[in-house]
Each structure stands twice: as structure tokens, then as C-alpha cells.
Design a protein around this ligand. Structure first.
Ligand code: GLU
Length: 433
């Protein structure tokens, strides 16, 4: 790994979490350093931007259905509040660590900056497998976690949203808990809410939709026709299932999809409605009768033009990057590609539309939702989708231009743009006191 002594010191700061040297925050700092070197960023700002401003860890009790009490660990990290209130999702997953949440918070800062939103980055997580909880237990856990982080969040401070294994219902509980504690309804405290609570039209599709806008731009750039192309999607959750459907609407053949239990492959193209019904019935896309069973690692190296990792981080590494056949990888997930894999893919001419651009549609429509909540004035779905398309197209063009200027891949180009913006903000605001 290319890490200067200075930065290794920074990345090693997440004490007490039992993280190895390959932890996710180290990866995030390594990506940052590569881009900071490209623009010769001054040391003072490197120091500021390669740390997280606030890291909160909480341990809290939850009453379970059988009357017992379990203690869970959760985090909320705010990476940089220079650009505005901090923004980022909350994930419920058994593998959540402080290092992971820090990396995800840093990536949110860059993501908001790449598309020009007036937010800094944040992220939250609770270490839990929510599939093992009843609805009542999930509600108890959400409410108590919200109460624990309440002093650090708020509509002008830090605004949560859905992420892995959280959804509009979880956001409704979060909004209600916060609102009950302050004594009045605060719809702007979170985004990704149900529509009747001030959610935005188009929010639940926004990550997948934004990702497909990114793919359309990349394909146009490379002269790859989407009609008749083959798409592979890893992860069939909120982002992956929408991206798959929209790619099919663009005329691409979706030949494989997967989730944590495995995948299904049909070179003639999958019937996505039937896959969705199978998942509804069984809880997974695995063992779908209209396709052959494949593993998640086999799926990543299938013959295709477009690969959409839409699951967890750390999927494409130096071990499998050589075998990836796709020409475009669009990262609907956060952090699916390691820095070594980035280099190998770039050398092979595979275009990676990086997470901080490819999945920025989610936070962009979150921003629209926040604006609508503050103004109590809803927009139509058409307005939302048109504004999203405009932002994604403009951001892609800007990042592609920066990649050409510096002769770097799209991830480093996106980071360069983001870092330049946050650096300018930091210089203008200065240090208080
Ligand atoms: N969790 C999403 C992300 O990683 C959305 C964040 C938000 O809308 O604030 O971008």
C-alpha cells in the first residue's frame, strides 16, 4: 500500500476496534492521499481532511421480545462539517466497525462535494444482524440508538438517511424519536422517510437511478451501446434492484444478479419481475428457477459489458481484478474496489465509475428531500428525476474532464474535485478560534 508515514499514523488512530492494517479507513485515507498528491495539497489541510472531526461510539440496551436485555454497539461519525451540516446514512449490519463507519463518513464528504451539495459527510452504524430481530425489537433498537446520538444530530447539524439494511420505516422511527424528545415534529432531521412523513418522490429509486445515469454517460463516452449490452448486478437491495430494472429499460440484458445468499445467471437475460417475486417469496434471489446458481465471486468475473457492485465493500481486489471482463464498473455500493484493483483495472482500460459519483444519486435526492422538508413544499417525481439527471450528467462531465487533465482514473479525478472544493471551503473559513 502507498501510505506515507504521516498518513499511516493518521489511519492507525482508530484505537480499540481490533482493526488490522487492511481496515477500511486505511483504504479511504490511501485513496485520499493519492488524490492529494496529484494536486500537491498542503500538509495542514491533509492533516485536517484525513481525520474525522467527531467520532461517537455508544453502547446501549435494548429490550428483546422474551424480556431479556441485549447491549448493542453503535457509532455516528462526522468527517467534516466545513461545507455545511453533515449528511450520511445509518447501516445495521453484523460487521459494522468504527473504522468502516469512519471510511464511509469520509466518502460522504467527497460524495457531497463531487455533486456540489452544501453538506459535509457523516455515517452511522449499529453492529447487529437485523434479520435476527422482530419488528418490535428493530423499533426498540432504532429508537434507543437515535436517543443515544440525538445530541449530535439535527436538521442543521447532521442528517441521517437509510443505508445497508435500513429503510423508510427505520427513518420514520428515528424522526419520531427525535421529534418526541424535542416536543414537535422535525421532518428535516432525516431523509429517506416515507412519503406521507415528508419523504421525497423518487428517493427510494434515486441511488439506482443516479447510477444508471452515470453508466449512460460512461457508455456514451466509450462508444458502448447499451442496447444489447450485458449487465451483471451484485446485490439486489434498494440500489441494485432499481439499477437492474433501469438497465433493462435502457435495452441492456441483465444476465446475473445476486445477494448475500448467492446469485443466479442466465446468459439469455433474467426475467427481473420473476426474480423479484422469487425474492419476495424466499427472501433471496438465490435458487431462482429461471437461472443457474452462481456464487458472488463467480458473478464478478462473468462475461458482460457493465458490472454494478451494489452490495458491500471490498469485493474487487488484486485477487480478482485481472479476471473482471466488464468494460464499465459502476459502484452503486460504497467502497467495493480496493486501490490495488483500481490500478489494475485502469491499466486494463476498464472504466470504474467510482462510488462517490456513481451512487451520489441517493444523497442528491436526500438533499432535495431536506430542501422540501425545510420549505414544507413537495416537488413532483418528474422535477426530482430531471434535477437528478442534470446533476449527475454535469458531475460526470466535470470528473471526466479532470481525469483527462491529470491523466488519472475517474476515482482519483472525482477525489481531486472533491478535495479541491473542501480545501477551498476550509481556507476561506479558517480556524476558529
Ligand atoms: N446511504 C447513502 C449513501 O451512502 C445515502 C446517504 C444520504 O442520503 O444521506 O450515499
Amino acid at each position: 500500500m502507498v501510505v506515507s508515514a504521516d498518513v499511516r499514523d493518521v489511519a492507525g488512530m482508530s484505537e480499540g476496534t481490533g482493526e488490522g492494517s487492511d481496515d477500511l479507513f486505511t483504504v479511504a485515507v490511501e485513496q485520499f492521499t493519492i488524490a492529494a498528491d496529484v494536486i500537491g495539497l498542503e500538509d495542514d489541510l491533509r492533516g485536517v481532511m484525513s481525520h474525522c472531526q467527531r467520532e461517537l461510539t455508544v453502547h446501549f440496551p435494548v429490550e428483546m421480545d422474551d424480556g431479556s436485555v441485549k447491549v448493542f454497539a453503535g457509532h455516528r461519525v462526522q468527517h467534516n462539517s466545513g461545507p455545511g451540516p453533515t449528511k450520511g446514512g445509518i447501516r445495521f449490519h453484523q460487521s459494522v466497525t468504527l473504522s468502516e463507519v469512519k471510511a464511509l463518513a469520509m466518502w460522504m464528504t467527497w460524495k457531497c462535494a463531487v455533486v456540489g451539495l452544501p453538506f459535509g459527510g457523516a455515517k452511522g452504524g449499529v453492529q447487529v444482524d437485523p434479520k435476527l430481530l422482530s419488528q418490535a425489537e428493530l423499533q426498540n433498537l432504532t429508537r434507543r440508538y437515535t436517543a443515544e446520538i440525538q445530541p449530535f444530530i439535527g436538521p442543521t447539524v447532521d442528517i441521517p438517511a437509510p443505508d445497508v439494511n435500513t429503510n423508510p420505516q427505520v427513518m420514520a422511527w428515528l424522526m419520531d424519536t427525535y421529534s418526541m424528545n424535542v416536543g414537535y415534529s422535525v421532518p428535516g432531521v432525516t431523509t429517506g422517510k416515507p412519503l406521507v412523513l415528508g419523504g421525497s418522490a423518487g428517493r427510494s429509486e434515486a441511488t439506482g437511478r443516479g447510477c444508471v445515469f452515470g453508466i449512460e454517460e460512461a457508455a456514451r463516452h466509450l462508444g458502448i451501446p447499451l442496447v444489447g449490452s450485458r449487465t451483471v448486478v451484485q446485490g439486489f437491495g434498494n440500489a441494485g434492484s432499481v439499477a437492474a430494472r433501469l438497465m433493462a429499460e435502457d435495452g441492456s440484458k441483465v444476465v446475473a444478479v445476486s445477494d448475500s445468499r448467492g446469485g443466479t445467471y442466465n446468459p439469455a437475460g433474467l426475467d427481473l419481475d420473476a426474480v423479484a417475486r422469487h425474492k419476495e417469496r424466499t427472501g433471496s434471489v438465490a435458487k431462482f428457477s429461471g437461472g443457474d446458481t452462481i456464487s458472488n465471486s463467480e458473478l464478478l468475473v462473468l462475461d458482460c459489458e457493465i458490472l454494478i457492485p451494489a452490495a458491500m465493500e471490498g469485493q474487487i481486489t488484486e485477487d480478482n481484478a485481472h479476471d473482471v471482463k466488464a468494460r464499465i464498473i459502476a459502484e452503486a455500493a460504497n467502497g467495493p474496489t480496493s486501490p490495488e484493483a483500481d490500478r489494475l483495472l485502469y491499466e486494463r482500460g476498464v472504466v470504474v465509475v467510482p462510488d462517490i459519483l456513481a451512487n451520489a444519486g441517493g444523497v442528491t435526492v436526500s438533499y432535495f428531500e431536506w430542501v422540501q422538508a425545510l420549505q414544507a413544499f413537495p416537488w413532483s417525481e418528474q422535477q426530482v428525476n430531471e434535477r437528478l439527471r442534470e446533476i449527475m450528467r454535469r458531475s460526470f462531465a466535470e470528473v471526466a474532464g479532470t481525469a483527462e487533465t491529470y491523466g488519472v482514473h475517474l476515482r482519483t479525478a472525482a477525489l481531486v474535485r472533491a478535495i479541491e472544493r473542501v480545501a477551498e471551503i476550509s481556507r476561506l473559513r479558517g480556524i476558529y478560534p
